[in-house]
Design a protein around this ligand. Sequence first.
Ligand code: NAP
Length: 323
Amino acid sequence: MTTAKPLFNRLALIGTGLIGGSIARAVRTQGAARSIVATSRSAETRKRVAELGFADQVVESNTAAVEGADLVIVSIPVGACGAVAEEIGPHLKPGAIVSDVGSVKGSVLRDMAPHVPAGVHFIPAHPVAGTEHSGPDSGFAELFVNRWCILTPPENADQAAVEKLKSFWIALGANVETMSAEHHDMVLGITSHLPHLIAYTIVGTADELGAVTRSEVLKFSAGGFRDFTRIAASDPTMWRDVFLYNKDAVLEMLGRFNEDLSQLTRAIRSGNGDALFDHFTRTRAIRRGIVEIGQDSAAPDFGRAHPTLPTEPLPRPYAADNE
Ligand code: NAP
């Protein structure tokens, strides 16, 4: 499906990794903008973007990218957003919309807003969609389909601009919700940032075990560990910034998590099976809820394909061929 009419004439993408590259591909597929101009910090990434061909034009600087653009999307680590806003501010077209995709919204609002001139609409956004891969090759057009994109417009935001950006994300297949940046950071603190911190911790702990045990950790990872490793393989720069820039909300969630972990520790130590059973029953219902609202597949084991059974005859000592 393509949108009936492009929503924007010229889309400028600053940052062309997983998210920027996916936006470009989806915009192309859906015809959501007449042309896409892209740029990235390094010459290497710009060269790769030109080879992949998902933008109409690849330019060398952020200022050249935003020239004449009516939608600018900054898709870079949150810690770098303020400096980029300062650089592009004087070059933005009056009436343009400036947005981002950062996983933290309070800091983006604080760092970018002061550099956006009057007459340009600044509407931060966060598509809650991603994979553990990064870089321009990792993007794909369907990334945002049926995922949520959260808009955190400042209080005085122009409603028409908010609606236009909303239409843009809907055209890319997303569902859109609006909330304050502060609320966003609390919600994502528990649903995304804390789970990543836990995954980084568990995988790090396993890595610090002795070498022999470590090889067994890898071998027997299907017991649960490997699902943490997927999350813990996420981009180190992006996640360093998430924890530095959403510090307060993450520390709040971490405090609550530690209290709950202490309760479970106590239940295990005192042999309180009922407490453990009740807790696990409650958490199982949350998984069901996620499947019911279409945010994950109902297939067991995340729908992983299972290899077929071996076709060779059973080894001799176990074969019941004399019976
Ligand atoms: P990515 O694949 O690693 O791409 C990062 C992009 O940012 C590249 O174009 C890179 O340029 C550029 N960049 C890196 N450091 C920079 C700096 N200091 N100054 C200017 N540009 C810089 O990352 P991504 O996954 O697309 O993430 C981009 C943003 O999306 C982040 O804010 C992240 O929080 C948010 N986000 C990520 C996910 C996810 O699952 N990955 C989901 C939702 C939102 P070069 O390659 O040229 O160095």
